[in-house]
Ligand binder design. Structure first.
Ligand SMILES: *Cc1c(COP(=O)(O)O)cnc(C)c1O
Length: 231
């Protein structure tokens, strides 16, 4: 039941915050609903969950429309790999894009936002382990990309960093990646003289460790909705 799992996850978030002396309100729970049907999201929304993370553009827009039909408009975050050609569909439609990782994508979003006269909060996704199959910018390209965004994409508002540790780094083994992302954020904020408050890190298997290391957004799918059905 989604109600029980929701309560359990909220409790685990609260407990992790307590353990490291952080306020519960400093961590946002993002319910990752990719591949899960709208009805399950609606049930969670009616229990009080107001932010959903989606990885696929068409699926996300469809679910937004489903909520609209019910007269609701929860916050949607885009957390998947974003193709440049789909940037116009995403720009301005999500509370936060977690996965900006190239100048080309930055420019495509900027162009779409300029046309709509809107701004868009974004995170830079970092590929910490340099996994070839994963998106995200390499650590040594982070400062150049951030500088590019600040100089050339005035409609993008840089809020922080996101990472997705290697699959085999389960549970506490992911913790060094969370430390690394926090340190990268601190260094980048200092270099740019910019506040970068958001750290999007931690998923079902490791979010308490991400919270210990400063996560402000944890992206939780399976622990809320159960295993993902095939697409
Ligand atoms: C699917 C996904 C998640 C959720 O993973 P779970 O292990 O199901 O909690 C989190 N972040 C991203 C980027 C994802 O694609």
């Amino acid at each position: 039941m989604v109600k029980e799992s929701y309560e359990r996850v909220l409790e685990q978030v609260a407990l992790a915050c307590e353990k490291c002396g952080r306020a519960k309100s400093s961590v946002k729970l993002l319910a990752v609903s990719k591949f899960h049907p709208f009805q399950e999201m609606l049930a969670l929304y009616q229990l009080g969950q107001d932010a959903f993370g989606e990885s696929y553009v068409q699926e996300a827009l469809g679910k937004m429309a489903d909520f609209e039909k019910e007269g609701f408009s929860p916050n949607f975050h885009f957390i998947g790999h974003l193709q440049t050609r789909k940037a116009p569909l995403v720009a301005g439609n999500f509370q936060l894009i977690h996965s900006l990782d190239s100048e080309k994508l930055g420019l495509a979003l900027e162009k779409a936002l300029l046309a709509q006269n809107k701004t868009q909060d974004v995170l830079l996704q970092v590929n910490l382990a340099l996994e070839p199959q994963k998106s995200g910018v390499a650590q040594d390209q982070l400062l150049p990309l951030a500088t590019f965004v600040l100089e050339h994409c005035p409609h993008l508002k840089l809020k922080g960093l996101m990472c997705l540790p290697p699959l085999e780094a389960e549970g506490e083994k992911a913790r060094p990646y969370f430390v690394a992302l926090r340190e990268l954020r601190d260094k980048l904020a200092l270099s740019l003289q910019l506040s970068l408050p958001e750290l999007s890190m931690g998923m079902s298997g490791d979010f308490p460790f991400a919270i210990y290391e400063g996560a402000t957004i944890v992206r939780v799918g399976t622990a809320l909705f159960g295993p993902r059905p095939p697409k």
